[in-house]
Design a protein around this ligand. Structure first.
Ligand SMILES: *Cc1c(COP(=O)(O)O)cnc(C)c1O
Length: 353
């Protein structure tokens, strides 16, 4: 990400705490393109290929760089999982302590394993993500510990670089950008990045920002706080998003939309993407693909940009995190293994059946 230095709030005095995050592939999807039709092309921004397996690394390289620059010896975050994995890794890289506050029992196992292995102090609270974030804010007020949640403005500055990369690859901004929305930092960051490059003349247009929340935790869609958010997509299980206003502005100003997808739609999209395009993502990430399917189906939301889509439009779907983050969800969905003797004839009989 250091190659975007001139667009980031860094100086020569800022140490770049980096694990070579960013520059993730933008993968063309022939099957999704065919589904959209009209000569449109769909691309998947595969953020699961960042060093800790999610886009959170883009923000965390900035947050840790700025925290170290300011002399912090410790960082803290509330997390649905991926923020803690990223914070723990970059804190380890920087040589500072990391404390993560998790909602007890609601974290995908891969993410928890990462926080432990990177050496973070992991505290599981009785409460949800929103409670954890409130506590982090309170601790940040009195203790000399840097907050590295997305309320830390440097996080979004780092995350906006994904838009730069998309413009770089496509030669312009896409027409529509579809992504999952949880705490709403990412949709805000992408919009920041797109506007910045548009202003500099590096893109001739701006995409319609099209966000999807899980039906059981959709405060932005419903326009009110969800007290007990519920979804299998734990990374977007958030009832009171920190970047709510910014996300609304991005959706409104871009002519985009915000809609919901059910857990069943998310799980279907997750499996579809793995089995049809070879891209394995965690459930929250599949919300963008589920959302694309919804846009193309019979019941898109009132402001869905797809019904008016121009011929040859380019659509980017961000898939935010790697499928291996949440092995339990995958296991629940998978078929069972086929037991067999170590015998060729039997194996051939079984695989033919
Ligand atoms: C954090 C996260 C999201 C949600 O992003 P926000 O910026 O909170 O809206 C979605 N998917 C994954 C995998 C994440 O880690």
């Amino acid at each position: 990400m250091a190659r975007w230095r001139e667009f980031l709030p860094v100086t020569d005095a800022t140490p770049f705490i980096s694990l070579n995050e960013g520059s993730t592939p933008l993968i063309h999807s022939p099957k999704l393109s065919a589904r959209v039709g009209r000569g449109c092309e769909v691309f998947i921004k595969y953020e699961g290929l960042n060093p800790t397996g999610s886009f959170k690394d883009r923000g965390m390289t900035m947050a840790l760089s700025k925290a170290v620059e300011a002399g912090s010896q410790a960082v803290i975050c509330a997390s649905t999982g991926n923020t803690s994995a990223a914070a723990a890794a970059y804190a380890a890289r920087a040589g500072v302590a990391c404390i993560v506050l998790l909602p007890a029992g609601k974290i995908a196992f891969g993410k928890l394993a990462q926080a432990f292995m990177y050496g973070a102090k992991v505290v599981a609270i009785e409460g949800n993500f929103d409670d954890a974030l409130r506590l982090v804010r309170e601790i940040g007020e009195t203790e000399p510990i840097a907050i590295v949640n997305s309320i830390n403005p440097f996080r979004l500055e780092g995350q906006k670089t994904a838009s730069f990369e998309i413009i770089e690859v496509l030669g312009d901004a896409p027409d529509i950008h579809v992504l999952p929305v949880g705490n709403a930092g990412n949709i805000s960051a992408y919009w920041m990045g797109y506007r910045e490059f548009h202003k500099l003349g590096r893109a001739t247009k701006l995409p319609k920002m099209t966000g999807f929340q899980a039906a059981g935790s959709a405060p932005i869609f419903y326009g009110k706080v969800v007290e007990k958010p519920d979804t299998i997509a734990t990374a977007i299980r958030i009832g009171n998003p920190a970047s709510w206003d910014m996300a609304n502005a991005a959706i409104r100003d871009s002519g985009g939309s915000i809609d919901i997808v059910t857990d069943a739609e998310i799980l279907f999209a997750q499996q579809w993407l793995a089995a049809n395009e070879g891209i394995f993502v965690e459930p929250a990430s599949a919300a963008s693909i589920a959302g694309l399917f919804k846009c193309l189906g019979s019941a898109p939301c009132a402001t869905c940009p797809f019904p008016q889509i121009a011929e040859g439009s380019k659509i980017v779907c961000t898939v935010t995190g790697h499928g291996l983050k949440d092995p339990d969800i995958a296991r629940e969905q998978c078929g069972s293994v086929i037991p067999a003797k170590a015998d060729k004839t039997e194996i051939l009989r079984l695989i033919a059946g």
